[in-house]
Write a protein that binds this ligand. Structure first.
Ligand code: ARG
Length: 314
């Protein structure tokens, strides 16, 4: 499956602008395709200023989810097919999001100090804990942001590379990463999900829970009485200033997902909050648009060093 879109050249990251290829079709007679390795394309021959992006991963769809009345806030199978449960020494510790057949995105604070791949397992395609017939995968590598510090709140992002590729089947699907520079407006309704506590200090839950929450602007989230001075460009707030609905302990690393004309995009990874669902203390999520360069760099570097050997790995 390949999808193509036309994008303004200016929206492509600087690093990638120098890595584009331009194809010129001759106007008449035999079709000759000239491929130029277009170093600094913008200054040379891209008069339209448009580039075509090819996407080879089908992401952000929910093929096994049929909308009907959802009782309470327990999720249905296939409703959040990108949701992963990250187990450390056989216990659910954090959530994560499937971003490709080999990579799970989570929070750095989930893995910091525990970045030993053999002690982790990734469970996908499940709604109930403990794990029954779900796919369970070994972890090959854990990478967290080099600027993450355990006492800080910034750069709270990590990636887990799976030892084997996932099989996508409708109950297990990747979520799309947003586009570089994509804006997610204040008030926009998105979804959080996880097996975390259903009250502050409570136990983790057996069923995957989910809630619909609005995005909160950095200005509103940085007000005195909210999180004045704490909200960096690496964070995005979501939830209700009046309290009542929020992520909580055990949800960390899991998705803040927004639907964009029926394609689901990962906008945040659950990071922190003061208490859970309290007034003026909404959830704070690692801002994925801010982390795109880091995510790509890690995945590309790792894949260049250890290219997949199985042809089924796509
Ligand atoms: N740090 C928590 C965890 O490790 C997530 C907290 C989210 N808190 C909140 N109020 N939204 O699971």
């Amino acid at each position: 499956y390949v999808e193509s879109r036309s994008l303004p050249l200016s929206s492509i990251e600087q690093d990638f602008q120098n890595n584009l290829v331009s194809i010129n079709l001759s106007q008449s007679g035999t079709q000759i395709i000239k491929i130029h390795n277009a170093t600094n394309l913008s200054k040379t021959q891209c008069s339209s200023g448009k580039v075509t992006a090819l996407k080879c991963l089908e992401c952000g769809s929910r093929p096994q989810y049929r909308t009907r009345i959802v009782g309470g806030n327990v999720s249905r199978p296939g409703q959040f097919p990108w949701q992963a449960s990250l187990h450390f020494r056989s216990e659910h510790l954090c959530g994560g999001s499937i971003v490709s057949s080999r990579w799970i995105l989570t929070a750095a604070h989930c893995v910091y100090g525990f970045a030993v791949p053999t002690q982790w397992a990734v469970h996908v395609g499940l709604t109930e804990q403990p794990v029954n017939g779900a796919q369970s995968l070994a972890v090959e590598q854990i990478i967290y942001h080099a600027r993450y510090r355990p006492k800080g709140l910034d750069h709270d992002i990590a990636l887990m590379k799976l030892a084997e590729p996932l099989r996508f089947n409708g109950f297990v699907e990747p979520i799309c990463l947003p586009n570089f520079g994509e804006k997610f407006e204040e008030g926009r309704m998105c979804w959080i999900s996880g097996w975390g506590a259903t009250e502050d200090g409570g136990e983790g839950s057996v069923s995957l829970h989910s809630a619909r929450v609005p995005l909160i602007s950095t200005e509103a989230c940085s007000q005195p009485g909210v999180y004045q001075g704490y909200i960096s460009p690496w964070m995005i707030c979501a939830g209700y200033l009046e309290g009542g609905t929020d992520s909580c302990q055990g949800d960390s690393g899991g998705p803040l997902a927004c639907e964009d004309s029926s394609v689901w995009k990962l906008v945040g990874a659950t990071s922190w909050g003061m208490g859970c669902a309290e007034r003026n203390k909404p959830g704070v999520y690692t801002r994925i648009t801010q982390s795109l360069n880091w995510i790509r760099q890690q995945m590309e570097r790792e894949e260049a060093q250890n290219p997949p050997t199985l042809s089924t790995d796509n």
